[in-house]
Ligand binder design. Structure first.
Ligand code: GLY
Length: 326
């Protein structure tokens, strides 16, 4: 399935279930949202709706949001799946449906809509956190079991993995992720979801957006219970196109092909060439979208992020591995 088809399958699935399609917002968050420098998730343009400060245009929305995340920047190039810039597909409910329907939608689209093998799907749930004063998410566990996911494929994870927040403050909540087991070709027998290996590929996060996180770490219940989900388009493309890495999907292969043509090297000729071409492909997409959003290179804030990705993309070419023509 081409990436365009995956995006359309996702958005129409949710439109058919009463969601209004919302356009992707800018990579620059609105001026009243200073929690992050760039848009990091599909929920970010909808924060005011979760907080009850504004009325959403519909109580169910779906979108494909362009996102940019910097914490993993050093990982880009080294792994099959890390990116800075990506598209996040999401469905959102503002005070409407909650865990039960969200989880069932997640299962139905994964299995019937996208054709994943139910035996290969594992899920994670919030295992509780003493500091937050919250116990394990028994409700989510019960729903997954009712759908038919066996207990051994429901993994309880701590706050660091399964309590979602976009930044240090603002709307947040326990979450439940869906993973595809890609088999022993990608990892070991003891690997489990959340281990940060390539065997279990996280493809969809379901956030049960329940609290407003204060600067002092306190949780205040939001005016209503909400749903925020995020599916990485690039990861789903890798799964459905049967390729090991996001860089071999139709979203990246034209850029990799161009890097091969211009350097005279093959993507998989050496680990250095692979790493360099992944960095060039990811960062050139990211820098193009940053510039399109109005960011200019500088020494601070968003401008510094742009300068950093530009520098990282230029370095592999000038210093190391892509000079076959010279
Ligand atoms: N907002 C959900 C996620 O980014 O995982």
């Amino acid at each position: 399935m081409k990436s365009d088809q995956i995006r359309e399958t996702f958005l129409s699935f949710f439109e058919e279930r009463g969601h209004r399609r919302a356009p992707s917002a800018s990579l620059i968050p609105p001026p009243d949202d200073t929690s992050t420098l760039l848009t990091v998730a599909g929920m970010q343009p909808f924060k005011a709706y979760f907080l009850g400060r504004e009325t959403p245009p519909a109580d169910r929305l779906t979108s494909s949001q362009t996102c940019f995340r910097t914490p993993d920047i050093e990982e880009v190039g080294k792994t099959l799946r890390h990116l800075t810039f990506f598209e996040m597909l999401g469905n959102f409910s503002f005070g409407g449906y909650f865990k039960d329907e969200a989880i069932r939608f997640g299962w139905e689209l994964s299995v019937d809509g996208l054709g994943l093998n139910p035996e290969e799907i594992w899920v994670t749930v919030f295992g509780g956190d003493e500091q937050l004063g919250l116990g394990p998410d028994e409700e989510a566990i019960a729903i997954w079991k009712e759908i038919g996911v066996p207990d051994e494929r429901i993994v309880r994870l701590p706050r660091s993995e399964n309590f979602w927040q976009a930044g240090p403050t603002d709307p947040c909540g326990p979450c439940s992720e869906m993973y595809l087991d890609r088999g022993l070709e990608f990892g070991g027998v003891d690997d489990r979801p959340g281990d940060d290996t390539d065997r279990f590929l996280e493809y969809w996060n379901h956030v049960f957006m329940t609290y407003d996180l204060g600067e002092d770490g306190s949780l205040t219940p939001l005016p209503s219970k909400n749903i925020d989900t995020g599916m990485g388009l690039e990861r789903m493309a890798a799964i459905l196109q049967g390729v090991p890495s996001v860089y071999q999907t139709d979203l990246f292969s034209p850029l990799i092909d161009l890097a091969e043509q211009m350097s005279g090297l093959k993507y998989d000729s050496t680990p250095e060439a692979t790493r360099a071409m992944r960095i060039i492909a990811d960062h050139s997409r990211g820098m193009s979208f940053l510039i399109a959003a109005g960011v200019v290179p500088s020494n601070e804030d968003r401008g510094y992020i742009l300068r950093r990705v530009m520098r990282r993309a230029i370095q592999p070419v000038s210093y190391t591995h892509l000079r076959a023509h010279e």
